[in-house]
Write a protein of this length. Sequence first.
Length: 36
Amino acid sequence: MSKSIIERVYVPTHVRQLPNGERVKIPGHYRKPTTD
């Protein structure tokens, strides 16, 4: 019946490495789950 059990997803602080070798620090935040 209801697909979205988790209404919001918490993304912890993490470092993402881009393809060009650059590192980006992404602070922890809540985001809506992508429903495609």
